[in-house]
Write a protein that binds this ligand. Structure first.
Ligand code: A2P
Length: 220
C-alpha cells in the first residue's frame, strides 16, 4: 500500500527553491502594486470589485502554498494517463533534477494570478502531450496552441477558486493573442502590459525571471 502511494502522487512538477519563491512572491506583490497605481487599471477596477472603488489586490488573491509548475496532475494515479506518465523513462530519469524555469510573463484575472513559464526543449520532454488538449472543453482553442503553452506557476487564487483555474486563465489569454486580439497595451517599467477585457491583464516581462527548480512530485 505504502509503495503504491509513493509511486502515485497528487501531481508532478518543478518546485521552486525556497529563496526563489520569496523573490517571485515579492515580484508578484510589486506587480499588483504597480497595477493599482495605473489609471488604465483603475478605469477597469469594477472587473475586480464589482464597484467603482479601490480594490486591495494583495488581499484579493490568496496564496496556494509551495510555488511550482505542474507538469502532470496524476491525482494519486486516478487521472487519465497518470500511470503512463509516472512510468515514462524520462520522468524517472529526470526525477530530482534541477533546472532553471524562465518566467516570461505575469497575469491576473478576477479569479487567479499566475506566472507564465517558457519551457526549454529539455523541460518540454517532461510535458504531457495532452496538457493543452485536455483543457479544450474549458478553453475552446486551447488544443491548437503549441505544446507547453499551459506552463505556469499559480501565485494565488480568489477564495473558493481551485488552482487548476490558473492554467485555464492563461490558456484563454493565449487563445485571444493567437486570434490577433490586440487588447489595450501600454509600456510600464517591467514590460508590456495588455488588458484583454473582463479583468484579464497580461504583463510580458522585459527581463524574464530565472527561477531554479527541482523536478519532483507532491502528495499534499
Ligand atoms: P496549478 O498547476 O494551476 O497550480 P489542488 O491544490 O487543487 O489539489 O491542485 C494541486 C496542483 O495540481 C495545483 O498546482 C493545481 O493547479 C494542479 N491541478 C489540479 N487539478 C488539475 C487538473 N485537473 N489538471 C491539471 N492540473 C491540476
Amino acid at each position: 500500500k505504502c509503495h503504491e502511494e509513493m509511486s502515485s502522487p497528487l501531481y508532478f512538477g518543478w518546485f521552486l527553491f525556497f529563496t526563489v519563491q520569496d523573490e517571485v512572491r515579492e515580484t508578484s506583490t510589486n506587480f499588483l502594486k504597480s497595477l493599482e497605481g495605473l489609471e488604465s487599471f483603475q478605469k477597469h477596477i469594477s472587473d475586480f470589485s464589482g464597484k467603482e472603488e479601490k480594490a486591495d489586490l494583495d488581499q484579493y488573491f490568496k496564496a496556494k502554498g509551495t510555488l511550482h509548475c505542474t507538469t502532470k496532475f496524476t491525482n494519486y494515479g486516478k487521472a487519465e494517463g497518470a500511470k503512463e506518465y509516472t512510468a515514462k523513462q524520462i520522468v524517472q530519469e529526470l526525477y530530482g533534477s534541477v533546472s532553471e524555469l524562465s518566467l516570461s510573463a505575469l497575469f491576473i484575472t478576477p479569479r487567479t494570478i499566475g506566472a507564465r513559464v517558457a519551457l526549454s526543449e529539455e523541460q518540454l520532454k517532461l510535458w504531457p502531450d495532452d496538457a493543452e488538449k485536455e483543457a479544450e472543453s474549458v478553453v475552446p482553442g486551447a488544443s491548437a496552441l503549441p505544446l507547453g503553452s499551459r506552463g505556469h506557476v499559480t501565485l494565488g487564487c480568489v477564495e473558493g477558486v481551485e488552482a487548476v483555474q490558473t492554467g485555464y486563465d492563461l490558456l484563454q489569454i493565449l487563445v485571444l493573442q493567437k486570434n490577433g486580439e490586440q487588447g489595450e497595451a501600454e509600456e510600464i517599467d517591467a514590460g508590456t502590459l495588455t488588458y484583454y477585457g473582463e479583468g484579464r491583464w497580461y504583463l510580458s516581462l522585459k527581463e524574464p525571471i530565472s527561477a531554479a527548480a527541482s523536478f519532483s512530485s507532491a502528495y499534499k
